[in-house]
Design a protein around this ligand. Sequence first.
Ligand SMILES: [Zn+2]
Length: 380
Amino acid sequence: MSAPVAFTFHPSGVGRARLGLLTTPHGLIETPQFMPVGTQATVKALSPGDLRAAGVQVILANTYHLSLRPGHERIARLGGLHRFMGWDGPILTDSGGFQVFSLAHLGTVDDDGATFASHLDGSPQRLTPERAMEIQEALGSDIAMAFDQLVDATLPPAEVAIAMRRTHRWAERCLAAHTRPDQALFGIVQGGVDADLRRESVASITALPFDGIAVGGLSVGETKEQMAATLDLVAEALSDDPRVRYLMGVGAPPDFFTAVERGIDLFDCVLPTRVARTGQLWTSSGRLNLRNARFLDDPEPPDADCRCETCRNHSRAYLAHLFRAEELLAYRLSSLHNVTYTQDLMRRIREALENGSFGTLREAVMAQYGGSGTRSISQG
Ligand SMILES: [Zn+2]
């Protein structure tokens, strides 16, 4: 039987950056690539048509949220997640590990799994590696994620090590439980910001027959320098492993450059849509806060260089008004723009890797977004 996904890539000549193509049951994904987050089977305020118009190639949906509501069995009965939400492109589902982390105050983790209270009604819930596989197979995503235990990257190494070794045992249980032949399964490297633990985790996870390798446990309290250093040593440890590499939960413009140079192919983050709903737009001249009174009389489009519906048809003044009036259209227009900006940025990164202008693009974006303070590893 052929593998559910296939990944081909070539080195770009810029640091460890790769240009690749990930083939999934629901279509192709050009890498480096960003996945907008559709927590509840919707990228908030956007329709599948909006996502297509923005150039989105793959989205992420949440195992934990969808298993509670409307229930993965119901989604399976209705034909699976693609049909349920009207999105026929690739979908990656997370495993619930992040929700266990963020809802840690509601539960406990043991060697078998995690027990916690539903954030909806307080009912007792249990996630195990087997359960996480069952839910993701019912949802029918193209890519499922192994169930992992995420901890604050800055905890003492002894505590990070306990969660990491548990994650390794759970990884084997996920592989044993996963049966769906048309669904890929990615493993997750943990280990916080401790160099020895990260190397141990890369060795354990890459020894297993996963279809892709994710780097978890970053963007959870560490500094930008720690993130870059961790990605450096993960890249070193991964060496010439040919599988696609996914950095979980990272999505600020400067961070893309830091990670792409270190060999990362895929990203996801709630950031572009979350900040959009607060009135913050990402533009080719940097961040724009539409709550600022000076935009109430500004007839210019949010970003004159942007091709999105919002920028082609509307002014900063109109959006500033919509936000003040708390009109629903504010959320759609701002989200559509930020997702378009992010997709265009990833396309520009791919083009820059092809044509040798990556360093120029990186400097421009770092200048617009305040940089990350992370030293480049290449002169690309
Ligand atoms: Zn726009």
